[in-house]
Design a protein around this ligand. Structure first.
Ligand code: PFF
Length: 504
């Protein structure tokens, strides 16, 4: 069977931007920038983007497109022993979808709660109390939260419908789910900066604190943000690249994707911080006491700000709707991209029928997701995310750059990229892939482990972190098993020394 292809170059580029631009842009980037030196953060941020982010993204597009293969198969083509790294990537991504879709479920609920601004009097109590009915710790799961279960069902159904016809249905979806959140961010940003006090908020985001640049953690955070944000190391960009024609321009696609992603982050930063400035002024609390990132920003702080915006409940409901539709459409492309990476991997190796895989995966994803839809679910979401989004990302990133940079050869890959791209890439690509990326990621990993030992994550009980660690360790074991199962495709095992254009 011929490999499916993107309907147009734009379908591919939009899908890639859609995966990259997700909740991380809206709720992680603004907080990262603020807490790591404000305006000064953009120095490590852009350094990280150009010396590591763009090269690794280009490498992922390159191997996916060049080998016409998902992550495990592409790794296998480079070296038999490397296949498990691809599985490690996609299984980690699969686990991420289990809780990512629970966040999507919260957003569905908040869409509903926007009508009438349900959180108005006490946004914090509403989120943790009325909505999550959060227990005292990970040891108490409590009961299922049915509104979240329903939202979770809708989220999986949506993912299924989008992926059902592969690149064809994805291509149609991203034509609107990618531009829409950007337009909504623009509208929210304009409403934000025209509110009194907005400038104070924006100062926090842009005023440079150069002293911070001496702190290695700021640099580590910049690299971490770039890697997470570009959706690398979970097999997504390899799978997306594999649906391109072998002759597609890789350098150009990479640069458009990377810059589109960063632009979304900046827009989100402006939309969020302008409103925080306004809220600080209204409540007479300094901006640095109202800011937060992550779940707290999206479900407590920003909703609180909405309830202070002038114009009455109707205007506030509309802004609430705009905000949560923005999050929903921003997040959905990231969620389904992870499922697509797993699907591509399973399809390449086991020749599984796409639809059956999707139905099975959605059901399994829904069932596992129920853990996070309990009253104690937020704790587990946080713990599992810590191990997947931080440690698995780093380890896979290190292994992947070594396999591509050293075993296949950065130069060989660059020659292929240059043979199809308008812009020619210089030898900095090789240096980045072979030295900069692995060394920097090993350094960040070491920093994280040192921190973890001193200060276990989130103050959770040791046994619960041990479970998170266990999940982290189980993934590579599963990955090795998957790699050992013989493939249904006899061509799967053929190692390729070069990327050629023969079979086109
Ligand atoms: N890049 C997404 C974000 O910044 O929100 C998150 C993500 C999606 C990471 C898909 C990795 C991935 F494969």
């Amino acid at each position: 069977m011929a490999r499916q292809k993107w309907g147009s170059r734009w379908a591919f580029v939009l899908a890639a931007i859609g995966s990259a631009a997700g909740l991380g842009n809206a709720w992680r980037f603004p907080y990262m920038a603020y807490s790591n030196g404000g305006g000064a953060f953009y120095i490590p941020y852009f350094v990280a983007l150009f010396i590591a982010g763009i090269p690794i993204l280009m490498a992922e597009f390159g191997v996916g497109q060049g080998f016409q293969a998902s992550a495990p198969k592409a790794m296998r083509k480079i070296s038999k022993g490397a296949e498990f790294i691809g599985w490690w990537a996609v299984i980690t991504g699969a686990i991420i979808t289990f809780y990512y879709n629970v966040i999507m479920a919260w957003i569905f609920n908040y869409l509903y709660h926007s009508l009438g601004v349900a959180w108005k009097n006490d946004p914090k109590g509403f989120f943790f109390g009325d909505f999550l009915k959060l227990t005292d710790g990970p040891g108490q799961l409590g009961g299922l939260r049915w509104p979240i279960v329903i939202g979770l069902f809708i989220a999986w159904l949506w993912v299924y419908l989008i992926l059902r016809k592969g690149t064809e249905s994805v291509g149609k979806t991203v034509m609107w789910t990618v531009p829409l959140p950007i337009i909504l961010l623009l509208i929210l940003g304009i409403r934000g900066i025209t509110l009194p006090g907005a400038a104070t908020g924006l100062n926090f985001l842009f005023e440079p604190n150069f002293a911070k640049l001496a702190d290695p953690r700021v640099w580590a955070n910049a690299f971490g943000q770039i890697f997470f944000s570009l959706s690398v190391a979970f097999g997504v960009m390899i799978a997306y690249g594999s649906y391109n024609d072998k002759k597609n321009d890789i350098a150009n696609n990479t640069i458009i994707t990377a810059l589109g992603n960063s632009a979304t982050s900046f827009l989100a930063g402006i939309a969020v911080f302008s409103v925080l400035g306004y809220m600080a002024q209204q409540t007479n609390v300094p901006v640095d006491e109202v800011v937060s990132g992550g779940v707290g920003l999206a479900f407590v702080v920003y909703p609180q700000a909405i309830s202070l915006i002038p114009g009455g409940p109707i205007v506030q409901s509309i802004i609430g709707l705009a905000f949560f539709v923005m999050l929903l459409t921003l997040g959905i492309d990231s969620a389904f991209s992870l499922v697509e990476a797993a699907e591509a991997a399973a399809g390449d190796k086991f020749k599984i029928n796409m639809k059956s895989f999707l139905i099975g995966f959605s059901i399994v994803g829904f069932i596992f997701g129920l853990i996070f839809a309990t009253q104690g679910g937020l704790y587990w979401l946080d713990i599992i995310d810590h191990f997947m989004g931080t440690y698995a990302l780093l380890v896979v990133g290190i292994l992947e750059s070594i396999v591509i940079g050293w075993i296949f050869g950065a130069k060989k890959l660059r020659d292929y990229i240059n043979s199809v791209s308008e812009i020619k890439i210089g030898s900095w690509f090789d240096i980045s892939l072979k030295y900069v990326i692995p060394i920097v990621l090993i350094f960040i990993l070491a920093l994280n482990i040192a921190d973890e030992i001193k200060n276990p994550y989130g103050g959770y009980p040791g046994w619960s972190l041990a479970i998170g660690f266990l999940v982290f360790i189980l993934v590579p074991i599963l990955a090795v098993i998957f790699a050992k199962i013989p493939s249904k495709d006899e061509k799967y095992d053929v190692v390729e020394k070069e990327i050629t254009f023969e079979e086109e």
